[in-house]
Design a protein around this ligand. Structure first.
Ligand code: PMT
Length: 404
């Protein structure tokens, strides 16, 4: 094992209420020795086995143990906590917590961050043999594995209750090996480089005013997070928005369309480009260097000039064009007709058409209803959350690059 192999990696350790929780302290110490950032969440019962104070002292981070703590929510909401991690490790994972995970329950900090998490999850089960072999637990673990949850252990041997059999949480050294393996496991886009644009652009009118739009960045940020979790080295170039940087994504913040284009071109080459940004089509021809005054007696006349088209520029690059260029089409009428035409005019390979009419709630909302248009035609996808749209699109991208 390389001593620096986990340097800077973010681990969220969920400790549930089992006797094996004392071993988690050793695991935290080993992770800290490898210089990774460990944040810990205690389930409702974990504090009976380890104290938040000892976990905080060893992890050198605050410990999250109260779902409704105002301080915790203020400093790091449970949603952000659950998404920032490169890997979520549940050790020990009791039968109760495994059942909650399988059934989507969220009634304490541990089950809540697990339900909200979009990161990979590794569980180290720990329980009595009869509980481990109970058909309910067997079915719950089958379900979790089918959803991509990783598992280490349990080991066999003498259990705390005196029984002998499977159910013992494996030693921290074995969990550590599983963590290293999970962090190194290759995704479908491993070794590829992806560029994503997201959010609006702001085009200044004068030092205090700008032309902008209602894009929140949610769709583009979700795409960047999914590309990164499939192993692509991902660069996200975003216009002004309130979202935090997605974990494992190199995020570049810009303001104007011209800055966005420069940032994108500077970061080529890339294998994949996904343009989800709502780039302003025009900017003000000559910006005022001082605030335009209202009391001049004249209405200001704004003269607009066209902005560069980032998607069209990327699609037309002769030497370093990304192998797959995906655009979005935001339409309020004749969705398929306009989007198909846009795909042809801009020269991109695929276009994702979404209806952004006033009733759709797509700008700023959490769901999207899209059509994917490729050279093979168009397909309608059902309404999904933006994260699910991102997951489906990234799956299609992975299929596109998969060896035939
Ligand atoms: O950010 P959210 O609130 O989550 O909303 C998501 C979204 C509606 C912004 C997103 O799903 C979406 O549709 N993004 C594209 C918005 C847009 O500007 O569409 P368009 O039809 O005007 O542009 C077509 C394509 O050209 C887009 O890929 C756009 O990024 C690109 N473009 C447009 C103009 C320009 N100057 N440069 C570009 O790259």
């Amino acid at each position: 094992m390389e001593p620096t192999s986990l340097s800077g990696r973010k681990i969220l350790l969920v400790i549930s209420g089992g006797i094996a929780a004392y071993k988690s302290l050793t695991l935290i110490r080993e992770l800290k020795k490898l210089r990774c950032d460990v944040k810990c969440v205690l389930s409702g019962n974990a504090h009976h086995f380890v104290t938040p104070l000892s976990v905080a002292a060893i992890s050198e981070n605050r410990v999250y143990s109260d779902l409704f703590s105002l301080t915790d929510e203020h400093e790091m909401g449970h949603i952000r906590l659950s998404r920032e991690a490169d890997l979520v490790v549940v050790a020990p994972a009791t039968a109760d917590l495994i059942a909650k995970m399988a059934n989507g329950l969220a009634d304490d900090p541990a089950s809540t961050v697990l339900l909200a998490s979009t990161s990979r999850i590794l569980v180290a089960p720990a329980m009595n043999t009869a509980m481990w072999e109970n058909p309910a637990t067997v079915a719950n673990m089958d379900l979790l594995r089918s959803r991509g949850v990783l598992q280490v252990g349990p080991g066999e041997g003498e259990l705390a209750c005196g029984d002998v059999g499977p159910g013992r949480m494996v030693e921290p050294s074995e969990i550590l090996e599983a963590i290293i393996l999970a962090l190194k496991t290759r995704g479908a886009l491993d070794g590829m480089r992806a560029l994503v644009t997201a959010g609006p652009t702001y085009e200044p009118i004068d030092p205090v005013r700008f032309l902008g739009n209602r894009s929140s960045g949610k769709q583009g940020f979700a795409l960047a997070a999914e590309l990164a979790s499939e192993g692509a080295e991902t660069i996200l170039v975003s216009g002004p928005c309130a979202l935090p940087d997605p974990s494992g994504v190199d995020t570049v913040r810009v303001e104007t369309a011209e800055e966005m284009l420069a940032a994108v071109l500077q970061r080529l080459p890339a294998d994949i480009a996904v343009c989800a940004a709502a780039v302003a089509d025009w900017r003000i021809d000559s910006q005022e260097s001082t605030k335009i005054k209202k009391d001049t007696g004249q209405q200001p006349a704004l003269s607009l000039i066209e902005n560069p088209d980032i998607l069209a520029t990327l699609s037309a690059i002769s030497d370093s064009r990304p192998a797959l260029v995906v655009g979005f089409a935001a339409e309020t009428e004749r969705l398929l007709e306009n989007a198909t035409d846009k795909r042809r005019r801009k020269g991109c390979d695929w276009i994702v058409a979404n209806d952004v009419g006033p009733k759709s709630g797509v700008f700023g909302g959490d769901t999207n209803t899209v059509h994917l248009i490729t050279d093979k035609g168009s397909e309608a996808w059902p309404t999904m959350t933006k994260v699910e749209v991102a997951r489906s699109l990234v799956q299609r991208i992975a299929d596109h690059f998969a060896p035939q």
